[in-house]
Write a protein that binds this ligand. Structure first.
Ligand code: NAP
Length: 280
């Protein structure tokens, strides 16, 4: 049972839509298990400026930011973390109150990058690795930037819209291809950051099954379904597989550390996410 009183700290996820998010289940489960006097609520945000003013006025201590505000919110923070600046997207807000000052300082950060790196680094050494990243959207930027920061030897970005792959590859000084050309790439790891394979189109995969055995590790950041067609076929091809809930959990753990200073219990977070997935 959650205890709410005059000292309860307020956290939110802001986005549009937001009701589908698993983050409230994950963060509130940790607050309950770790005895943090906090509550994390979904807020439907149609106007990012008004939402930011509201969060400040109501004394929120932190927030997650999701589609479509990850880029636009950068204009509304006081301090932009260098990693978030490089990626060009903020998914985490920390509101810090200076002692004796009523006005809070809002810091914008990106934890998707650390979440993706942690999920991958549990399975394979990232330094010097050859990586094929499918997709060039917001999530791809965080994943690819994380790989570059971890010292990957070679990164290839393959996307349906080639111009978007080229734009990201230019920032990272790496190779860009169209998604149709991805089959020719030799790499150690494959990461799907496109939404291909997401329910209700779980019959789809971004890559032909015959190409998968060449990869040591395959990570899909799509998490509904938990075992996508890509992951099923990669497992059958002998690859180590990483599901999309792993990155979601690890980016959330980084947020909790920033907001509360605690090292959140991993099994509580994973179970809360699995239960949220079952309720879908
Ligand atoms: P986004 O910015 O809209 O990018 C979507 C990407 O998917 C683009 O590269 C897009 O290609 C590609 N795409 C979409 N439909 C496609 C299709 N039918 N065929 C080929 N390519 C297609 O979205 P995002 O924020 O990066 O999110 C992408 C996925 O990752 C979503 O499923 C999201 O739920 C998931 N995600 C998971 C986590 C996690 O922690 N596990 C975190 C963030 C996002 P074009 O550029 O050609 O349109």
């Amino acid at each position: 049972m959650m205890h709410i009183d005059g000292k309860t700290k307020l956290f939110a996820i802001i986005g549009n839509p937001v009701s589908h998010s698993f983050s409230p289940a994950m963060h509130n489960a940790v607050f309950r298990a770790a005895g943090v006097n906090g509550v994390y609520v979904p807020i439907l945000s149609k106007n990012i400026g008004e939402t930011m003013r509201g969060l400040r006025a109501l004394g929120f201590q932190g927030a997650s930011v999701t589609v479509p505000h990850k880029e636009a919110v950068m204009e509304w923070v006081d301090v932009l973390d260098p990693v978030a600046r490089r990626i060009g997207a903020v998914n985490t807000l920390v509101f810090e109150q200076a002692p004796g000052d009523d006005k809070s300082i809002c810091i914008g950060l990106n934890t998707d990058c650390a979440g993706s790196n942690k999920a991958l680094a549990e399975q394979i050494e990232l330094s010097g690795i050859r990586a094929l990243v499918l997709g060039a959207g917001g999530a791809a930027k965080a994943v690819a930037f994380g790989l570059a920061a971890a010292g990957a030897g070679e990164i290839t970005i393959a996307n349906r819209t080639l111009e978007k792959a080229e734009a990201l590859a230019q920032v990272l000084d790496c190779r860009a291809l169209s998604l149709a050309e991805a089959g020719a790439v030799q790499a150690d790891i494959l990461i799907n950051t496109t939404s291909i394979g997401m329910a209700p189109r779980h019959d789809l995969s971004p890559v032909d099954a015959s190409l998968l055995p060449r990869f040591q590790v395959v990570m899909d950041i799509v998490y509904a379904p938990l075992e996508t067609r890509l992951l099923k076929e990669a497992k059958a091809g002998g690859c180590i597989t990483i599901d999309g809930l792993t990155m979601l959990q690890y980016q959330g753990a980084e947020q909790l550390k920033l907001w509360t200073g605690i090292e959140p219990p991993a099994s509580i977070m994973r179970n809360a996410l699995l239960q949220a997935l079952e309720r879908l």
